[in-house]
Design a protein around this ligand. Structure first.
Ligand SMILES: [Zn+2]
Length: 499
């Protein structure tokens, strides 16, 4: 397969520049992945730490990179997309302090950490499937790559870039002058800006853990040359990226909050071990905000995808995310989601009108006007996507297409050829590349009806309580619980969620 004509430019965090996308030469060996299907692109994106449900911030990251993968494939590249599952080693504090997030959640629920990881990995994929995020080609678990991480750590010690201290192993930042190249900070600036654990074990406060000694009572532990322990979060991504994509690969993606320390540390570990460049293009998505403030658990402005799906169909949330550029923040508000709902209905309505008209349309070739319209939209689409995946501009071209298509279709007289071109253009640009599924509206309507019914029952329960009919109120609550719907009374009223 050949590459579609394109002029793709991406913003590379490493160089702080917009650069022409020019992937590394396709691997020469016969067993290299995807060679027969077009030039190869290796892409790694930091996956979720699986200790709780995915929220809108995850949707922003994984929908953004999903569209990037979809567009690269649309251009004709054969992409190997790796996105890890972090099930061990991600601590509550970036500076090698705090508890392992998965282990902490497991302790609260009195279950094995792997049970937490398994449960939330499954739920993560269910949520992403609902958003029509294509599954990565490989979803490696950090806990499945302990041997490789030990081996990599051993190599760094051997090369003089890491040292063992009391059963833990740290990367020696002073041994690597290029440290700080991605985040453009000097070590002094990093120390001033970050919470850095004062540790007697570290030679320099900016050194970071490759391997952590397991304290008594720590469940997730593996034998190592330095005693029982577990890997640091940063080494996991370096090792899994290189294992599946090679020592140097094309794209590494992740959230902008991971530039430092996570990605800075990944580069240091990779390049200090191989002496080769680690990644050619670093792409970072911005965050989801509420009224300009980062959405987060601690701020109480946090919305899981499951709660969001109860109010808005997943495809509406997908469109909402794509209405802002992946490198810009997405500000969440109910109004913005409602606007996305009507935008989605406009596109879906145009697709449905084309389909309906096609049923009784006369045979005939495509109309010149339709050809011109589609050509113009395709040109705008390509220019916008080539400009660092500018999905807001793509959507505005598609809204124009929907408007003009409605006008042409309702003026009638369009032959099958014209209608087929309109339908195919929408299916390809909105469907294949942006990943919007219009047929999903039927299921979405059911979700909306279900949400409305739960609200009616909540109101009936409130009335029963007001009338001191607690038997009736409790019956409503427990029967909803049996159906998997949990009510939660808050000072602002009663909310609900799926069990
Ligand atoms: Zn990572």
């Amino acid at each position: 397969m050949t590459i579609r004509e394109n002029n793709l430019h991406v913003t590379n965090t490493l160089t702080r520049r917009r650069e022409k996308f020019d992937p590394l030469a396709p691997p020469a060996s016969a067993d290299s992945p995807g060679e027969a299907d077009g030039p190869h692109v290796g892409m790694y994106v930091c996956g979720p730490t699986v200790y709780g449900d995915a929220h809108l911030g995850h949707a922003k990251s994984y929908i953004s990179f999903d569209v990037i993968v979809r567009y690269l494939r649309y251009l004709g590249y054969s992409v190997t997309y790796v996105q890890n599952i972090t099930d061990v080693g991600h601590l509550t504090d970036d500076a090698d302090a705090g508890e392992d997030k998965v282990e902490k959640a497991a302790r609260a629920k009195k279950v094995h950490p792997m049970q937490i990881a398994e449960q939330f990995t499954r739920r993560y994929f269910e949520d992403m499937d609902a958003l029509n995020v294509l599954r990565p080609d490989i979803s490696p678990r950090a806990s499945g790559h302990i041997l490789e991480q030990i081996e990599h750590t051993r190599k760094l010690i051997e090369r003089g870039h890491a040292y063992e201290a009391n059963g833990s192993v740290y990367f020696d930042v002073a041994s690597w002058p290029a440290y700080g190249r991605l985040s453009r900070r000097s070590v002094e600036e990093m120390l001033a800006g970050a919470r850095v654990e004062v540790s007697a074990e570290k030679r320099h406060p900016a050194d970071f853990a490759l391997w952590k000694r397991a304290e008594p009572g720590h469940t997730m532990r593996w034998p190592s040359p330095w005693g029982p322990g577990y890997p640091g979060w940063h080494i996991e991504c370096t090792v899994m990226g290189q294992k599946y994509l090679g020592e140097t690969f094309d794209i590494h993606g992740g959230g902008i909050e991971n530039v430092f320390p996570h990605h800075e540390d990944e580069i240091a570990q990779a390049e200090a071990a191989t002496g080769k460049p680690f990644v050619k293009y670093w792409l970072h998505n911005n965050m989801v905000t509420v009224g300009g403030q980062k959405m987060g658990k601690s701020l109480g402005n946090f919305l899981t995808l499951r709660d969001a799906f109860a109010k808005w169909p997943p495809m509406v949330i997908r469109l909402f995310i794509l209405q802002s550029h992946y490198r810009s923040p997405t500000d969440f508000s109910e109004e913005a989601l409602e606007a996305a709902r009507s935008g989605f209905e406009r596109l879906g309505g145009a697709a449905a009108a084309i389909e309906k008209a096609a049923a009784g349309a006369p045979e005939g070739p495509a109309d010149g006007k339709v050809g011109e319209l589609v050509e113009g939209v395709r040109r705008r689409f390509a220019e916008a996507m080539d400009d660092d995946f500018n999905t807001p501009l793509v959507l505005s071209a598609l809204f124009d297409l929907a408007r003009d298509s409605n006008r042409l279709v309702s003026a009638s007289g369009l032959g099958k050829g014209s209608l087929e071109i309109l339908a195919a253009t929408l299916a390809e640009l909105a469907g294949d590349v942006l990943g919007l599924k219009f047929e999903a509206t039927a299921g979405a309507a059911d979700t909306q009806i279900a949400a409305a019914l739960v609200q009616i029952l909540i109101a009936m329960r409130a009335e029963a309580r007001k009338a001191k009919d607690f038997k009736q109120a409790d019956a409503i609550r427990s029967r909803l619980a049996e159906a998997g719907i949990l009510l939660e009374d808050t000072p602002d009223g009663t909310t609900w969620r799926l069990k």
